[in-house]
Design a protein around this ligand. Structure first.
Ligand code: FE2
Length: 237
């Protein structure tokens, strides 16, 4: 179990959130609640939170999520973390899809709790604005060391544990190459540090692109889903 050294990054506060996005989320939540309480029968009004998202491909969006200063502190923390915990691969995944990662629920509950609040107050409201669906439950939050130098190239995959995937680069510019390819859509260059790439996990077959030369690419990855929908599916009610 890893205890964070810099308590600022695990503070139950929104200081590390991109401020225009934070303000837009705060302003939009009453509109989202009103829309839901009216039975979500009409087209959702264009909330200020929705306006923060940029459409990259059909159903692939990006929006500013974390402040650069927060990402910088998180990267410093990751350097401490690496001395105590190894980035390990998930042996259950296919070899060509294994990425060294630190799973926060298991190794760093302080950060997990912090990001749980970010999911509930910022990311899920954005998902509702984009797709009118809840995905507030966490299948996993990981810090991935996605440099792909050894594997040449990641394989196309769906993030099978999730309804919605959110990928936040933490150190864009510290490496060359990288980015993501979406099957049938094309390639995108690495988005800026702290911006979130968000897409439905079921229909977006994707892969990470290799970095060129030296360097390490770090990503914060959220796999989100709607537990109540799964419960209904398997247990009725
Ligand atoms: Fe993925």
């Amino acid at each position: 179990m890893y205890e964070v050294k810099n308590y600022m990054i695990a503070l139950q506060s929104h200081w590390g959130i991109n401020q225009p996005t934070f303000k837009a989320a705060k302003d939009s939540i009453p509109e989202i609640i009103e829309y839901a309480s009216n039975g979500a029968k009409t087209k959702m009004p264009p909330t200020s939170l929705r306006k923060m998202a940029k459409r990259i491909f059909p159903d692939v969006f990006s929006f500013p999520l974390l402040r650069r200063q927060y990402c910088k502190m998180l990267m410093e923390e990751i350097n401490h973390m690496k001395k105590e915990i190894n980035f390990t691969v998930n042996e259950e995944e296919n070899l060509e899809r294994q990425i060294p990662e630190i799973v926060l629920a298991e190794h760093c509950p302080d950060l997990y709790s912090h990001f749980d609040i970010v999911v509930k107050t910022i990311i899920n409201p954005m998902i509702i604005c984009l797709w009118q669906r809840n995905s507030a439950d966490i299948a996993s939050i990981q810090i991935a060391n996605y440099n792909l130098q050894e594997k040449d190239q990641g394989a196309f995959h769906h993030d099978v544990d999730a309804d919605v995937s959110v990928v936040v680069p933490l150190n864009t510019g510290d490496y060359k190459g990288g980015g993501t390819e979406f099957h049938n859509h094309g390639k995108i260059k690495p988005i800026p540090t702290g911006h979130a790439l968000v897409f439905p996990s079921f229909n977006q077959f994707h892969r990470g692109l290799p970095i060129v030369g030296e360097g390490d690419r770090y990503l914060l990855v959220f796999w989100l889903y709607d537990r109540s929908r799964i419960e209904k599916l398997f247990h009725g009610s």
